[in-house]
Design a protein around this ligand. Structure first.
Ligand code: GTP
Length: 362
């Protein structure tokens, strides 16, 4: 039986250069992978799983707000990793970003991650599939209940990908691309350099057309794309409650994660996987459910916050109701305001007491 190099000899590449437009206004101040999620930047959860799988060399493909990653993670040594940064002056798309890190790779095989996916995938099992099939590229595939909103990826009985299909009303399979791949380095080197390339739309179909071996690794463990506000809230709560796997949670798993310096009144109720950030205050009788409260925010007495993100330094005043909303940094939500259903408030805005806003948008 052939022996394969262990995961230690695989580079991890994480694509973190996107603008995260669907998460605005949160992503105006920080790129999506750096948003505080269950107490640490989202990327730290992914890095903890990469480290646990045995990979130590990580290359971050950055573009939007590139410097923020190095400021926090440095050379990676405090995280047990060796982190390299590659900056795209102009975003190159997912395929272009992968090509752009080729000269930093040290191994013949690389595991590539979208930097906004929360998953319980067994990374070693993905690598085993890749090597057992002898693939050029192996994709992590997940099965979704309704595949109509996604391009789908059918496989044959031997696990080889047969097509990359665009969205359709009657998808022939419920398998979709989960945003994590194993690539042979030789394949990465064949991606055109110096221009925008979409790995999904150009590289993968091109590989199939050229007869490359493209394998699918179907996995049914936890998987969530954190690209939208509602998914971000869900992902953070699932990390806090131990539903989504991480080795980076800065506290015990439970119904809430209250970080250092938070002043939570004993008469407040915090539940549903809520994170209360550092140096925050939560007043008497406030109810905070399934939400993410960033550092320095204040939730007034009797306020009710549900399935929402409260930005850094924001103030939700007494008896205000905030549900399914994104409240930007330093926003003031006046007393007795009601913000319900997909409302997004841009940083620094002050909503007078008693304002009412409803929206069907999510
Ligand atoms: P939206 O604007 O809300 O769609 O988010 P996004 O910009 O993150 O795009 P998307 O969710 O499609 O990106 C998937 C992953 O690829 C994310 O981790 C992005 O950071 C990353 N990504 C997307 N485009 C680029 C790019 O041009 N360069 C690099 N380095 N990464 C990218």
């Amino acid at each position: 039986m052939a022996t394969h190099p262990p995961a230690e000899q695989v580079d991890a590449v994480i694509l973190v250069g996107g603008q995260g437009t669907r998460l605005r206004p949160l992503t105006l101040s920080a790129p999506k992978p750096m948003l505080p999620t269950a107490g640490v930047p989202f990327l730290e959860h992914l890095l903890s799983r990469i480290r646990a799988a045995g990979m130590t060399h990580v290359v971050l493909g950055t573009s939007y707000k590139a410097q923020t990653f190095a400021e926090y993670f440095g050379d990676g040594s405090s995280f047990g990793l060796d982190i390299d940064y590659v900056v795209e002056e102009v975003p190159l798309g997912t395929g272009g970003a992968i090509r752009n890190v080729a000269d930093r790779l040290r191994a013949d095989t690389a595991m590539i991650f979208n930097g906004d996916i929360l998953s319980g995938l067994d990374l070693t099992a993905l690598l085993t599939t890749h090597r057992t099939v002898g693939a050029d590229v192996t994709l992590h595939l997940v099965q979704v209940d309704d595949a109509r909103a996604f391009g789908c990826v059918p496989t044959d009985p031997a696990g080889r990908v047969t097509a990359f299909l665009e969205k359709s009303e009657q998808p022939p399979t419920n398998q979709i691309n989960a945003g994590c791949y194993v690539f042979e380095r030789s394949v990465i080197e064949q991606i055109p350099a110096g221009r925008v390339v979409s790995v999904e739309r150009e590289t993968f179909p091109g590989l199939l057309a050229a007869g490359a071996v493209v394998a699918g690794h179907v996995d049914s463990s936890y998987w969530l794309d954190l690209g939208t506000p509602s998914a971000f809230v869900t992902g953070s709560a699932d990390l806090v409650r131990g539903i989504a796997p991480t080795m980076a949670l800065p506290g015990p798993v439970g119904e809430s994660l209250v970080l250092d310096g938070a002043d939570v009144h004993p008469g407040a109720a915090i539940s549903g996987g809520t994170t209360i950030g550092r140096d925050t205050t939560v007043g008497e009788g406030a109810v905070v459910e399934r939400s993410v409260v960033f550092d320095g925010a204040r939730i007034g007495p009797g306020a009710r916050v549900t399935s929402s993100v409260i930005g850094a330094g924001a103030h939700v005043a007494a008896s205000a109701v905030v549900a399914n909303a994104v409240i930007g940094d330093r926003v003031v939500v006046g007393e007795n305001c009601e913000l319900v259903g997909g409302i997004r408030v841009w940083p620094g805005v002050e909503l007078p007491a008693g304002s009412v806003r409803f929206s069907a948008d999510s």
